[in-house]
Design a protein around this ligand. Structure first.
Ligand code: PMP
Length: 428
């Protein structure tokens, strides 16, 4: 047995499923998860000392690579001053100013400690502000594990075959209406049936929890127009896409202005951080200026703010997002070229620093949840383990996006594509 396998058996005795977040258990690919000891640059190292090129990046935050010297130093400096105060700090002001300078639709922002808290709070705010109960989300989109959002969800919920979780009273779930991603007609039909009860639409501007599905042209703009027509707010969940698809998130890349934005992952530089922000008149509705309650003992934690700020500063370097997008394109197009060469049916998507690949005969653009669910899971599982054997770590589920980092250099990309070529050659 490997050390990871031993640790997994030990973990299962004291932790449900041996993990603190479900997808980590490798249910989507079978076998035993790697236990990670350390990470550096583009690489993670498991408990057996084996090294892998990492395309998970802690599920998105590590956009500059692991253990980045500037972020590490910022954390060490902050630690010198104490770990938490539960009182306002200058760092929080700097963080708010930074976020607002990068994302034009955000006029005010509140920090929280996870993406789930960000989306949960934004929805409460939207409901309080509009005085409406229903929300509209899309099948296959994941927004964290708050009750109202675990309805037809993506990510681990989908991987485990439980997109709508037990434990959520029907009385709650009935307020979550679900439409079809990239299908404006499905949204209009729901609005027409519920013209005055929908508080908000929440969506992933690039769906990254059902593999990687970019929005079709006009989809985001169409949602914006429909929200205006029916008096609902538009919440763009940029927990994954924020500071990854572009410096101003997917909303900047696709040129759409939401009322509220949720953030997470990259904004914390690897620390537990989330945020929600947007129009000032709406944000003023939050306590203590407004009646909608929201709070957090560790919100705006100084260590987390220092890490996040250091990462955001580094991301503002000119040309960084062009370079990141170029790396992503090379990897995704490289997968496709190898597949074509060996006659393996494969489709790909990519935008900014995220990518998807799909084992499917369908060679039309991947735009829908329905297309994703028709992919060949056996091929994915086989490919996944073959990549692990080659020393390449991908997300252990066919329903997750791949994440590129600035630490992936020519050597890592070339090694990855040579491995893909070997695997596809053997698969045909
Ligand atoms: N929204 C999106 C788009 C996400 O991808 C995730 C997590 N993958 C969340 C919200 C929830 O974030 P967290 O896991 O930090 O609670």
């Amino acid at each position: 047995m490997t050390r990871s396998e031993v640790l997994f058996e030990q973990a299962k005795k004291t932790i449900p499923g041996g993990v603190n977040s479900p997808v980590r258990a490798f249910n989507g690919v079978g076998g035993s998860p790697l236990f990670i000891e350390k990470a550096d640059g583009a690489y993670i190292f498991d408990a057996d000392g084996k090294k892998y090129i990492d395309y998970v990046g802690s599920w998105g935050p590590m956009i500059l690579g692991h253990n980045h010297p500037k972020i590490r130093q910022a954390v060490l400096d902050a630690v010198e001053n104490g770990l938490s105060f539960g009182a306002p700090t200058e760092l929080e002001v700097k963080m708010a100013e930074k976020v607002i300078s990068m994302v034009p639709s955000i006029e005010q922002v509140r920090m929280v400690s996870s993406g789930t808290e960000a989306t949960m709070s934004a929805i409460r705010l939207a409901r309080g502000f509009t005085n409406r109960d229903n929300i509209l989300k899309f099948e296959g989109c994941y927004h964290g594990h708050a009750d109202c959002l675990l309805v037809k969800a993506g990510s681990g919920a989908l991987t485990l075959g439980q997109p709508s979780s037990p434990g959520i009273p029907e009385d709650f779930a009935k307020h979550t209406l679900t439409a079809t991603y990239n299908d404006l007609d499905s949204v209009r039909a729901i609005f027409e049936q519920n013209p005055t009860s929908i508080a908000c639409i929440i969506l992933e501007p690039v769906a990254g929890n059902m593999n990687c599905i970019p929005p079709v042209e006009g989809f985001l703009q169409g949602l914006r127009a429909m929200c205006d027509e029916f008096g609902a707010l538009l919440i763009i969940d940029e927990v994954m896409t924020g500071f990854r698809v572009s410096m101003s998130g997917a909303q900047g890349h696709y040129n759409v202005t939401p009322d509220l934005t949720t953030l997470g992952k990259v904004i914390g530089g690897g620390m537990p951080v989330g945020a929600f922000g947007g129009r000032k008149d709406i944000m003023q509705f939050i306590a203590p200026t407004g009646p909608v309650y929201q709070a957090g003992t560790l919100s705006g934690n100084p260590i987390a703010m220092s890490a996040g700020l250091a990462q955001m500063d580094a991301l503002c370097e000119p040309g960084l997002y062009e370079a990141l997008a170029d790396k992503t394109k090379r990897v995704a197009e490289g997968f496709k070229a190898a597949a074509d060469k060996h006659g393996i049916p494969l489709n790909i998507t990519y935008v900014g620093g995220m990518f998807g690949f799909f084992f499917t005969e369908d060679n039309t653009p991947m735009t829908s949840f329905a297309q994703v669910t028709k992919c060949n899971m056996e091929h994915f599982r086989h490919f996944y383990h073959a990549m692990l054997d080659e020393g390449i770590y991908l997300a252990p589920s066919a329903y997750e996006a791949g994440f590129m980092s600035m630490a992936h250099g020519d050597a890592e990309i070339e090694y990855t594509l040579a491995a893909v070529d070997r695997i596809f050659a053997a698969m045909k």
